[in-house]
Design a protein around this ligand. Sequence first.
Ligand code: ADP
Ligand code: ZN
Length: 762
Amino acid sequence: MATLDTPSTVAPGAETLLEVAVVLPLTEVFTYRDSRRAVPLAMGSQVVVPFGRRTVTGFVVGHRQGGSVETGRDVREILEVVGTEPALDESVLELCRWAAAYYLAPLGEVLSAALPSGERASASRRLSLTSAGKAAAVDSNPSGLAAMALDAEDRALLARLKKARTLSLAGIARASSAELQRVNFLVERGFVEIVEAIRGARRTRQAASDDPTSDQAATNERVPTLNQCQQEAFASLLAALGCGYATFVLQGITGSGKTEVYLRLIAEARRRGLGALVLVPEIALTPQLAARFRARFGDDVAVLHSGLPPAERTAAWRRLRQGEVKIAVGARSAVFAPVRDLAVVVVDEEHDGSFKQEDGFRYNARDLAVMRASQSRAVAVLGSATPCLETYRNVVLGRFTRLLLPVRANPAAAERPLPPVEIVDLRVHQLGKEGLLSPPLALAVDQALAAGEQTILFLNRRGFSTFVHCVACGHVLRCSDCAVSLTLHRARGHLLCHYCGRAEPIRDTCPQCNAKSLEGMGSGTERVETLVRERFPQARVARLDRDTAVSGRGQLAAFLDRVHRREIDILIGTQMVTKGHDFGGVTLVGVLQPDQGIHLPDFRASERAFQVMEQVAGRAGRGESPGRIIVQTYNPDHPAIQFLQQHDYEGFVRDELTRREEAHYPPYARMVVFRLDGPEAGAVREGASAAAICARAAADSSVRVLGPSEAPIARLRGRARFQVWLSSSDRAKLLAVTRATQRVSLPRGVRLEVDVDPQSVL
Ligand code: ADP
Ligand code: ZN
């Protein structure tokens, strides 16, 4: 070991101390010393340190010269350095610092979230045998008094522990509470002790990737000639490349060739030896997109998606870290990918809600991507057919530059405007009891079938019935852990809570009145499938949602291939069918019931409904034949429907912005929500009141405080939920009030989470 300096040879006051952000919910950093090394550990190094009576992991985030006071013995030594080089590079460290400050999140936890799980060291509590335990484990006929108190199961546990040497305490706690009691008993009697163990970063060999997209190395794939609009957009991006930070909004209708523009820009960056980062929503759902990057750049692309086994993900991450690969494509968390010499940052479908991380460290990867581009002096490109209102506003304010792609790229479809949208007014065309398809839509499906063309039917709810109620007493079946009704999944034979995943067997008597009169209400995609099969027996029908068995790797690609090969006539699905698929044979898109989405109690409901309808509408008429879109709705006059009918994004946005401005909602104000939860509703309500009082005390007239109020989903996973909302157009004030509110003291068992720029009101 290269121990060059011992503490005694270091002159007092000259020692470099390390500032470490520990992976705990704490905002301050802590000072440690590392007297074994002459050269201070590099920033971003992952370390293991003592913390109180515990052992925890952390990251070096600062160096400073120790004064004589600090070099005293209250500064503790780091225990271990993980890996031979810093886990995080400077640019990721810088991004994380900004994120921790902006999202009011503990720096150590942010840094930990920036690493793939395989690179994270972890400190866990493990059990091992004491010498008395070892003796008891071998001696089947013990003489000691204490050992005689052991029963057969105690002995079995000791034997297991002897064989395994250590066992995870968390693992035992998860397995059974009886086992945990047994452990406590054995610890008390001195047979077993609890030790802190460090699991270092996983050692991975460079696993050969079996990513289905990686087989195709850079092929001599036909690279299309850019059309006029693409050419102009590309020229603007190219002019900015290498000239410092700039953000562009590439606003193009679906199929207008946005991806082709990203590919060209990245190809140019690559030619200059620079790196690129591409964020896409839920990459597992869009295997063709990853395949297009592979086809163009071969092994120069690291595809980071959650479907990859951890070892492969770690291997891909390491190739980026080493600079062997300079292009990363991935979902949300790839915003932290260690791309070297970053010059291009792309966020595809920038309006997509999946860029927001909704638990733990809550961040918006789209916003972080722009910040990262700014820190790296790179070009950011936000692509969408329907940029979100925040992005639109940044264009208006001159912060972002908009580039338009108004026509479809496929020459066969370019001359045609976007397919017309027909509205079926359900107040006129009544659906009848089981009906989901109005006569005009059913007729259009018949016509598409007769012409040998494909149809997509979109309904954004899975399951058979969205709730089950008793027609005798009105009782609705609810999840016992959440204030949410259970969805009937008939094919799978259970009732499912869509929030916590709890499944219950289907029953036929009402738990409240015992009548045999339960009935499913509301329709999901499963019922649509049943109905469509009955109504169009000659058609080949398939369903795509989280329940269908096409979620695994490869399976989805195979499924989508069947649609491409036109082996499916009618594709039914949830949002999964709206994602960037490019099916040439689809001419008809039916939107079954957008009304529920429109009426969600959320100020973004209208915007989201418009975006998703425009996106699914974009699936029609991409190939040779013109398309047709039919929307069935009870709200034909709603702005989201009216502007959709004209494919008028600008009109929709301007209309919606006036409403947001009047109500002081984003993008005219910034919001922060405090989400409080706990096992006991009274305590949570009390905590929320205390938080609201704290906020009001800190706020002046520029910060609005709303609440406390019960969350729309008042109970989730057995925990009661309340909220306090803050909004202000003054970011500094908002931040100050948020910080003050964070310090509120809460009743026992109540947890408070801060959500900056919240996307969900639930
Ligand atoms: P978007 O990302 O805007 O949905 P894509 O880049 O996926 O659009 O392009 C849609 C389709 O048109 C793809 O099949 C793509 O290969 C093709 N395409 C893109 N640009 C051109 C072009 N200039 N000429 C011909 N085809 C093109
Ligand atoms: Zn539940």
